[in-house]
Design a protein around this ligand. Structure first.
Ligand SMILES: Nc1ncnc2c1ncn2[C@@H]1O[C@H](COP(=O)(O)OP(=O)(O)OP(=O)(O)O)[C@@H](O)[C@H]1O
Ligand SMILES: [Mg+2]
Length: 144
């Protein structure tokens, strides 16, 4: 029985598809869905730079504000896909470690994108999804 689903969300297309599938599963199993965004120190992806410009943010405020904005989108996508109980969570650090740490806290299904915002287009699996699927103790679905 699936009661608690975790979706790591970075705003990438595969993480959107992961949320949509997770929302549908959450509706069918009456499970709760948690969307987690891990703020990393890295550069803001070029695809999201326009957001910082529109909001007139100082450079150091961008990652946190972007995280908030991504989680608002995540909440909307998850609900639109059928999830009734949605929680959003923001943390900071190494994405795979943060995801695995949260998953250890009563999660019984992780639904993760196969790729993220990384720019090496040839890869089938990004480093975060690779590490999470290798090390997760619960079931894990990788979404393309
Ligand atoms: N910072 C993050 N916060 C939450 N989830 C993340 C984060 N980064 C990646 N993910 C999750 O992992 C999935 C795969 O992304 P990943 O980062 O592994 O691929 P990539 O960006 O293409 O490659 P890499 O980061 O290794 O260059 C995403 O679709 C998303 O579900
Ligand atoms: Mg990545």
């Amino acid at each position: 029985m699936i009661t608690s689903i975790l979706v790591p969300y970075d705003g990438s297309q595969s993480s959107v598809r992961a949320l949509e599938l997770a929302g549908d599963i959450a509706a069918k199993y009456k499970a709760s869905l948690t969307a987690l965004h891990v703020v990393t120190g890295g550069k803001v992806p070029s695809s999201l730079e326009h957001f910082a410009e529109i909001e007139h943010l100082d450079d150091e405020d961008v990652p946190m504000a972007l995280g908030e904005r991504l989680l608002e989108d995540a909440d909307r996508i998850a609900r639109r896909s059928g999830a009734a109980t949605v929680t959003t969570l923001r943390s900071q650090g190494d994405p795979a470690s943060e995801i695995l740490g949260k998953a250890a806290d009563g999660i019984d299904l992780i639904v993760i994108g196969s790729r993220g915002l990384g720019e090496l287009r040839g890869l089938l699996l990004g480093s975060v999804s690779h590490k999470v699927t290798q090390l997760a103790k619960c079931a894990c679905i990788t979404v393309r």
